[in-house]
Design a protein. Structure first.
Length: 60
């Protein structure tokens, strides 16, 4: 989960940076995109966490 989480957040932040740079949207819009993509990453990670815990519980 830690590895997947680091990769998902890395992709979210780099995607926001890349889109803002590609379309020359400026620093503020880049930060906003990074934040929005990070929120989307949190949503995906919470869903992944729930599915992983359903298959293999942390405590018995």
């Amino acid at each position: 989960m830690i590895l997947v989480g680091a990769e998902v957040f890395g992709v979210a932040i780099s995607a926001g940076w890349a889109i803002a740079g590609l379309f020359e949207l400026g620093a503020i819009v880049g930060y906003v995109l990074m934040g929005l993509f990070s929120l989307l990453a949190v949503y995906f990670l919470v869903n992944l966490w729930r599915r992983c815990v359903a298959v293999e519980p942390l405590a018995e």
